[in-house]
Design a protein around this ligand. Structure first.
Ligand code: HEM
Length: 117
């Protein structure tokens, strides 16, 4: 099960790295769009994240509050990406919103340490 967790975490990290890369590559270019890196990355990160929750549940009791926040942020990112992926351009506000949510989920994952009894 530990090997499965590590493989899913590997895929999870590749997923949101693609999402972040798809955002950062167009930081100084116009128009802003939802590109294939953002589409495939957000989908991969979300699916691997859900599967990771399942593995962590079987390995013990994960921090449900932390996972709840990550799930909610991940879902908002996924929906915004999927709704806007066929548009010729997206507003600056949406672009920086997606970038902020992605960086926020990385921060939650890294800095939200489990509460010690
Ligand atoms: C864009 C969205 C996301 C980003 C940027 C992100 C980022 C990260 C990062 C950086 C880690 C590694 C943290 C560490 O090992 O200390 C991680 C792990 C994890 N993520 Fe995400 N995540 C995202 C979405 C999700 C979603 C939607 C879920 C589930 C509902 C999720 C569930 C998890 C779980 C359970 C782990 C822990 C894995 C483990 O320790 O075995 N993530 N995520």
């Amino acid at each position: 099960m530990e090997t499965l967790r590590l493989v899913l975490l590997f895929v999870h990290i590749l997923g949101f790295a693609a999402l972040l890369g798809g955002l950062l590559v167009q930081l100084r270019s116009e128009p802003k769009v939802v590109n294939s890196l953002m589409r495939d990355g957000s989908g991969t990160a979300f699916l691997a994240g859900l599967l990771l929750v399942g593995v962590l549940e079987s390995l013990g009791s994960p921090d449900h509050a932390k996972i709840g926040v990550k799930f909610a942020v991940g879902l908002v990112i996924l929906v915004l990406v999927m709704v806007n992926m066929r548009k010729p351009s997206i507003p600056q506000g949406l672009y920086f919103g997606l970038l902020t949510l992605t960086v926020a989920n990385i921060a939650v994952a890294v800095f939200w340490s489990p509460t010690h009894a």
